[in-house]
Design a protein around this ligand. Structure first.
Ligand code: PLP
Length: 405
């Protein structure tokens, strides 16, 4: 049985009819839909066990704490982290990257360098720009080469003795490019730079093992991998996290407080001030369990097959341009395209009229759009519940747009 035939009925929203057509949801790279297991786990938590975590002695408080900390154990296993202390809960990828930019750059000196890439999401550009402006740092970017791959020779040239941080995406949210994380990290290590990886488009599709990636920090958003919004994951190598000074204060992140000073809590709570996203952690556990039950190999295989089908079919249509590496190269689960003579927003609106949901615009990657010479693109992206006939519908609808023109 194909994966979508197994999973489809688990997603209540997929029963919707949109503009008179069955919904074809091809926008999981922005945010995926949620299976019943995630929705039920969160409402059951609110119906039975909600209380604040860590500081309650009563039964509900203990249950909530167990559920919240249980989510950390699930994530540790899911991403192959060495210990639960290395898993910090944030509000999302953007939040994790801001936390890292603040904390890592706090100790840098004017003239130190931060290296990003031309294919980054704004979440992995702006926090570094803010930190660079604040501390007088130089922000540089590795260009992309042919076929949407990162220019690794340029990377080597851009790495210098002053490079302190290299921050880059694991999988591009526009091109679908999968960057060679371990190889980039090895190069960065040679100049003593800390590595930060944006895993927002990788965690939902690739089986992750932090030890194999060899980076120092890795962040992602559960809402793109069948989980809820409002919670994020920041993984940090233990010694790196331990060396990092917190930049956000409040309850829970301290052991002892005086009026003029404080002693920080242990890892990971040191980086989790205030009431955390508890129900969201419960939903995250359910999402991880759901994905693990399928197996990430099967998840990735299914989504790769859909991406390949889309890429090949769209590329064959006259007047349609697809972006990123060719189908023969292993890619993420996104396919960005433009249709000659039509603005990407018009493409998305016309597809929506047929019940097909795709993303359109700059995809929070304006520097990349500029590099590609387009104002924006339309983008189809895939999850475990998508079926090949949804790709057929998309391709037919795009072909019809061309014939209308
Ligand atoms: C590559 C990449 N990085 C970062 C983000 C930001 O994620 P979030 O909005 O969940 O913080 C996204 C979201 O689209 C993304 O695709």
């Amino acid at each position: 049985m194909r994966l979508d035939e197994v999973t489809r009925r688990d997603f209540p929203v997929l029963g919707r009819v949109v503009n008179g057509h069955p919904l074809a949801y091809l926008d999981s790279a922005a945010s995926s839909q949620k299976p019943r297991a995630v929705i039920d786990a969160m409402s059951q938590y609110y119906e039975r066990s909600h209380a604040n975590v860590h500081r309650s002695i009563h039964t509900l408080g203990e249950e909530a704490t167990e559920l919240y900390e249980g989510a950390r154990d699930h994530v540790q296993r899911f991403i192959g982290a060495g210990s639960r202390e290395e898993v910090v809960f944030t509000r999302g990828t953007t939040d994790g990257l801001n936390l890292l930019a603040d904390a890592l750059c706090a100790s840098l000196a004017p003239g130190d360098e931060v290296l990003i890439t031309e294919m980054e999401h704004h979440s992995n550009i702006i926090p570094w720009q803010i930190a660079a402006r604040r501390r007088g740092l130089a922000l540089r970017a590795v260009p992309i080469a042919e076929r949407g791959l990162l220019d690794l020779e340029a990377l080597d040239r851009l790495l210098t003795e002053r490079t302190r941080v290299v921050a880059f995406t694991h999988v591009s949210n526009v091109l679908g490019t999968i960057n060679p994380v371990a190889s980039i990290c090895a190069r960065a290590r040679r100049v003593g730079a800390v590595t930060v990886v944006d895993g927002a488009q990788a965690a939902p599709h690739l089986g992750l093992a932090m030890s194999a990636l060899q980076c120092d920090f890795y962040v992602f958003s559960p809402h793109k991998m069948l989980g809820p919004t409002g919670i994020g994951v920041l993984w940090g190598r233990r010694e790196r996290l331990a060396a990092l000074e917190p930049t956000r204060g409040g309850g829970e992140m301290i052991k002892e407080v005086w009026l003029d000073r404080a002693e920080w809590n242990d890892l990971p709570w040191r980086f989790e001030p205030g009431t955390p996203p508890i129900a969201e952690a419960v939903g995250l556990t359910a999402a991880v369990e759901y994905l693990e039950k399928i197996g990430m190999d099967r998840v990735g295989e299914h989504e790769r097959a859909l991406s390949r089908q889309t890429l090949e079919a769209l590329a064959a249509l006259p007047g349609v341009r697809v972006f990123g590496p060719p189908a023969a190269v292993e890619r993420g689960a996104v396919v960005a395209f433009t249709v000659d003579g039509l603005h990407p927003h018009d493409v998305a609106a016309l597809l929506d009229a047929e019940g097909i949901a795709v993303r359109a615009g700059h995809h929070c990657a304006m520097p990349l759009m500029r590099r590609l010479g387009v104002v924006g693109t339309s983008r189809a992206s895939f999850s475990v519940f998508n079926a090949p006939d949804e790709v057929d519908r998309l391709v037919r609808a795009v072909a019809d747009l061309r014939s209308v023109l």
